[in-house]
Ligand binder design. Sequence first.
Ligand code: ATP
Ligand code: MG
Length: 247
Amino acid sequence: MLFRKKKEEIIDAPLIQLIDIHKVYHMGNEEVRANDGVNLTINNGEFVAIVGKSGSGKSTIMNIIGALDVPTSGQYILKGRDVSKLKDDELAIIRNKTIGFIFQQYNLLGKSRLLENVELPLLYSGLGRKDRKRAAMKALEKVGLSDKWRNYPNQLSGGQQQRGAVARALAGSPSLILADEPTGALDSRTSDDLLSFLKELNEEGNTIILITHDHSVAERANRIVTMYDGKITFDGNVDEYRKQVAL
Ligand SMILES: Nc1ncnc2c1ncn2[C@@H]1O[C@H](COP(=O)(O)OP(=O)(O)OP(=O)(O)O)[C@@H](O)[C@H]1O
Ligand SMILES: [Mg+2]
């Protein structure tokens, strides 16, 4: 019974808790504080945009949230568990099954066809070959690329590569989607489609964290966090954000 109670408590915990996160890089004599005391709690089902100028520490915090990088100091609690205390195989399962990454660079593998790229994260899902292919094709359909499944990345336009990366991120139906400037290289129409798609996924109960430079993109989220010099300078809803931007 005690165990059961404990388990429920873990499930009730916020999805993400960042406590006084610092990430410091040393470049020669210079010290870069990429994250400088970040405190942030994100609950299951939120749609959060992180906004800030270039170099403000957005990708750094995103990489920490995605357990791709570790902070210099501070604590990261994911689903009630201290990430620094997780074993490598537990981390790998979280990265491969729970989190879908859409990176700033597309990071498609040049020597693999689009379909194989999209299937990659599913290799760890326990799905058989046919089911993997089916799930990958479904994800490609969602981003409007099912006719390009045979193409290699260098046979796709920039926007198509980015959409391919989105399909790859979503193929495994992750419950936490981390998107770093996903609309950066897209025309306004395709960008709008992608944002509507992220919104749909959020309405289905998935948590979305989206990095963007663009105010109008940020306003598609329900909560906006701004960063400056490695620190959070604002955290509120869209209405509050609009007032802040207007100042
Ligand atoms: N590996 C690294 N080594 C040294 N400095 C780094 C490293 N990675 C990032 N930085 C520095 O940390 C700071 C924050 O970088 P980060 O990539 O988080 O910025 P960002 O907000 O994502 O910017 P952008 O909008 O341009 O993508 C920058 O000053 C950057 O130069
Ligand atoms: Mg970045």
